[in-house]
Design a binder for this molecule. Structure first.
Ligand code: 13P
Length: 284
């Protein structure tokens, strides 16, 4: 089937209480690996690219590869642009074929975040593309930060409700204590806050920083209303480690297929584990 918007996938996930893995990919093999994982487990899938990867590969190349994957696949697949604060890049990605985009103006004051998000929602909605926005600040939260400061970085439930109402955004990523990258200790997730946000906001919620969150904490976040989980770092590590292993055993290897195939298999297995954790297996 063709690439689909992530809106219906995530709305169904929210209504039925499961989550969809959104996996950042940087190469064709990474993209194929997560698609194979979705196919094998009958799981809906969101493929993501960062702005950096768009600049590295080209939105047209990424969209073309994702379109071929979706056309060959019998599970629904959306292509999402992760964290982007540049309206022009968002429009270029939509034009290239992305079916979901994130406008990240969370670094701006509330009113500017609303205005920037609205602008993208108006343009994207006209062509059936999902828009995700962020409220509060994910990441940069240090373990020793004082409570008041930490609280100021996390999304306020009333503000979340107002933000969704003012912007019409389709999915919301509220900062609830996760961070991008691998955690030094356990993440400090504010589960009570997830519950309070979910009770005020009916759109699907997005859990950023999905790498390294203990399994029971992912399940708890999903049960409280998180419908999309972004995973990047952990998958990159698995993919790269498999390549390193090939070179450790054979430093003279020079056939990319010899190191890409094991890397793809390792990534596929890791993606399946995340899908299991999300509860999306068999939902396609
Ligand atoms: P991780 O790199 O921690 O998995 O975070 C991914 C993410 O949230 C991308 O938006």
């Amino acid at each position: 089937m063709a690439l689909v918007s992530s809106t219906p996938l995530l709305s169904t996930a929210r209504a039925e209480g499961y989550c969809i893995g959104a996996f950042n990919v940087h190469t064709l093999e990474m993209l194929q690996a997560v698609v194979e994982a979705a196919e094998e487990t009958r799981s809906p899938l969101i493929i993501q690219s960062t702005v950096g990867t768009v600049k590295h590969l080209g939105a047209d190349y990424i969209a073309a590869a994702a379109t071929v994957a979706a056309n060959r696949s019998s599970v629904p697949i959306a292509l999402h642009l992760d964290h982007c604060s540049d309206f022009n890049i968002i429009m270029q990605c939509i034009r290239a074929g992305y079916t979901s985009v994130m406008i990240d103006a969370s670094h701006d004051p509330f009113d500017k975040n609303v205005a920037e998000t609205r602008k993208v929602v108006e343009a994207a909605s006209a062509v059936g593309v999902n828009v995700e926005a962020e409220l509060g600040r994910v990441g940069g939260v240090e373990d020793d930060i004082v409570v008041d400061e930490r609280d100021a970085l996390l999304a306020d439930p009333e503000e979340c409700a107002r933000f969704v109402e003012l912007t019409g955004v389709h999915t919301l990523a509220p900062a609830i204590g996760t961070a991008h990258g691998i955690y030094k200790g356990d993440p400090n997730i504010d589960f009570d806050r997830i519950g309070r946000i979910a009770s005020r906001v009916s759109v699907p919620l997005v859990l950023h920083g999905g790498s390294g969150i203990p399994e029971d904490q992912v399940r708890r976040a999903v049960s409280l209303g998180m419908s999309k989980m972004n995973v990047a770092t952990e998958l990159r590590i698995v993919f790269s480690d498999a390549i390193k292993q090939v070179f450790a055993n054979n430093p003279d290897e020079n056939d990319p297929r010899k190191y890409m195939v094991p890397a793809k298999q390792a990534l596929k297995a890791a993606a399946i584990e995340k899908m299991r954790l999300c509860g999306s297996i068999g939902k396609a």
